[in-house]
Ligand binder design. Sequence first.
Ligand code: ADP
Ligand code: MG
Length: 710
Amino acid sequence: MTVITIGIDLGTTFSCVATIDEHGKPIVLKNEDGNSITPSVVAFERAGNVIVGDEAKNIQSLGDANVASFFKREMGNPDFYLTFYGKQYSPTDLSAYILAKLKADAEKVLGKAITKAVITCPAYFNAMQREEVKKAGKLAGLDVLRVINEPTAAAVAFGIKSEKEQTLLVYDLGGGTFDVTLMKITADEIAVLATDGNHQLGGKDWDDTLREYAVDKFQEEFAENPLEDSATANDLLVAAENTKKTLSQKTTTNFVIAYNGNKGRYEITREQFEDATKHLINQTLTLCESVLAAKQMDWKNIDGVLLVGGSTRMPQVESELKKHTDNLLHGINVDEAVAIGAAIQADLDANEKHYTLETKQSSSKSGYTLEGRRTIRDVTGQSLGMIAENADRSKYINTIIIPRNTNIPSCEVRPFQLRTSSRQDNEIEVYVTQGEGLLPSGCVILGKYVISGITHEKGKAVCDIAYHYDKSGTVEVSAKQRSTDKNLTVRKDNPGDMSWTDLCPKDRDPEPELEHVTVLLTVDTSGSMCGDPINEAIKAAHRFVNEIDLTHCSVGLMMVADRVLMLCYPTQNSKEIGRAIDTLNRPSDIPSENIYGAPLNLDAGVGNAAQPFTEARQCFDNIDGIKFMLVLADGVWDNQPYAVQEAKKCHADGIEVAALGFGGADKKFLHDIASCEENAIFTNMNQLGESFSKIAQVITEGKTELQRRN
Ligand code: ADP
Ligand code: MG
């Protein structure tokens, strides 16, 4: 039996509900007042009544102060509360009132009880904010099947109508937020490639600017500031929004301000309005360009821009976007598309069609048809990371585990090592972050995860910690002890005061538990490496970075061809290393500051073979802790005796050299450059990943000489 579900666009200014009717067609459900969108406004009455939607918005425009709106911008902010008649409400509580109203109105139209829903949120909402959306749904009596991104939902609504394959930007300018998403619609998939946004940018900022503009004129004329009176300020905001909307229709209108017995009447043209708000529209265009750049794209690489959100009705949006693209897609209702996409997803989820979209409604006039299958693939808008100490223990840093724009759901496992005690409980505390900041203070701290139940073992215990992004973009953490393969207990605590992350780790705890390890990956990319071998090496290097414990290890990357290039100095930032690894087979992408002199000649052999060792000694010069150089080679180097001589200097400097060879690598040479017998490893191309993985494990477990395991 088909389960009736709804999709809810929980907007900053307006919300909307849709469902799939008995013919399989998505429809928008009108509210009690007969409108397809409901203002996201909640009014509180002294008697304890709570009024939501159109009526609440009317109450607000009369200047009543006991009205809440625009709280979605504060969702997930633990310090944000609004107080009405002595009671505090969080943005989650307020959202729950809206959801409850939407649910009740939908039930009236459908004549049935509804419990299952998909709710949308801006793509850049962090995991905590998504949790809050789920919580609000639960408070409203809904079983939230999942939380999906607004632009993805819009694209789903559009995508199922689209007949051709295309790459699109979804430009969603709402009342309080701006979201931009790069998507690809193919015959069998709707995939999000990248997303970005600004949750403090929306139609309201245009209203504010317009109000400011008129108030300036009033002040010039009467030398009085009407914004000093909060009721007038509120009225003027409502007037500004109306004026803005009028300017979407007409090229000129009047803005009237009456205050303190004075009345000013100002003519405003569309052109003046557009000039005054140019900086706002430019911010949206910059974000569009950065999302394109995230996928090495440009305006010319997209087939069109899909407009979503009420503010895209401003003619300015269209005229500015037209400068960059010929194709603005109007195929959808900007107010309803998000709810419709959510309704489609809800139907898929509840009726167990999983990710596959098969709509049979091909005869429907409205055109919501889809032939064949569509998979919906979304990405995470923000990187997931954790707090670690940097190599010299001078500061706390954010190390990224799952980079932004990774497909969700997604899971990454990272090792963590610790010394255990037989006398007391052994615990690990991991602070999970979200955001792109290099320092913890530049990120949102999602929580303190305490991992316990670790069994005492000799040496260092290794726990593999798994970080999951689920299909809603919320985060879960699980852990296993490697030696016992036992699942460990994970408890999520409130992170509390995080000001310690601004301190110096060395000062807080002079004795490090584990010594820092610096690894310099050195890859011979000359001659014979071209093609498959280099691609295998890239895969293996990525695996190595994933499997090493970056909380106390740094990894650098050096490339050896006719010259030696330092592609990445040792760092704990997995993203940075990852990017450098990817340039191994794309020398044209290597930043020019890395290219000394002439362009690289990849077809030549290794020129001065000693150079990598000379370079490595320099690189390690100021680094403390365990130093490790891992050389990957598949051929024979020029001037080998000199290379061996320089490698020996590395050994003398305390740099442990391991040599990994395959293909035509010279075994004797590998032995000569390695610091000990065990560190010369001969493998084959298909085993490269395994070999790198073993080395990462050994390093993570705190051993050095590579094959002396057990
Ligand atoms: P959200 O999803 O953030 O709730 P919406 O997508 O519903 O927002 O858009 C609401 C915004 O659209 C408001 O700022 C509103 O003023 C603006 N808007 C609606 N209609 C028009 C119009 N005709 N011209 C300009 N702006 C408009
Ligand atoms: Mg919206």
